[in-house]
Design a protein around this ligand. Structure first.
Ligand code: SF4
Ligand code: SF4
Length: 179
């Protein structure tokens, strides 16, 4: 497979500085609203802050890959001798829970680093975090050329997983006839 230069974008989370203000969730949901900035709904954000005030933890988690099936096991986390819930630190949109799913449609959400035209100087959650929790870096790496999977394709795949191909094909055919 051919090698290509790819820009790798990284956000490092300095979790100790997070105060749970949720500005990152608000701006992410506003940026991804349709039309852009027309609404704010943290349930639509591709970053979600896990809050355990009684356990002294506020941890931002970024939405990662879509998982069509829930995993066979569960992880438990012990931090400073406190145990945190299973799945809390997982980044996947998966059938086991509602996190990282669009609330109305149930379609999976994934952090896209605020891809935009013209490009943002930095991802918006980084710009809106005034506590310097989110540290953005870019670097170039040589990687094997892989097929890009866009958001529409991921959304379509999740609909096929949920409803089956035949049902979707019937629905599309009906919609096309109405149009
Ligand atoms: S904006 Fe920064 S401090 Fe506020 S919740 Fe998000 S990561 Fe934490
Ligand atoms: S980088 Fe952009 S898309 Fe990703 S969580 Fe932050 S605001 Fe949302």
């Amino acid at each position: 497979m051919a090698k290509i230069k790819k820009k790798i974008k990284t956000i490092t989370v300095d979790a100790d500085k997070c105060n749970g203000c949720r500005s990152c969730e608000l701006i992410c949901s506003a940026f991804h609203a349709t039309p852009k900035y027309s609404s704010i709904n943290p349930a639509r954000a591709r970053i979600q802050v896990i809050r355990y005030p009684m356990k002294d933890i506020w941890l931002p988690i970024f939405a990662g890959e879509y998982a069509p099936a829930e995993c066979m096991g569960r992880e438990k986390y012990l931090i400073d001798e406190k145990q945190y819930d299973e799945c809390d630190f997982c980044r996947a949109a998966c059938p086991a829970r509602d996190r990282f799913k669009e609330p109305d449609s149930g379609l999976p959400l994934r952090c896209d680093m605020c891809e935009d035209e013209p490009p943002q100087e930095k991802p918006l959650c980084v710009q809106w975090c005034f506590s310097d929790v989110l540290i953005y870096e870019e670097r170039e790496e040589e990687v094997e050329e892989a097929e890009e999977v866009d958001e529409a394709e991921i959304g379509l795949k999740s609909l096929v997983d949920k409803h089956g191909l035949n049902k979707l094909a019937e629905t599309f055919a009906r919609m096309t006839q109405k149009g």
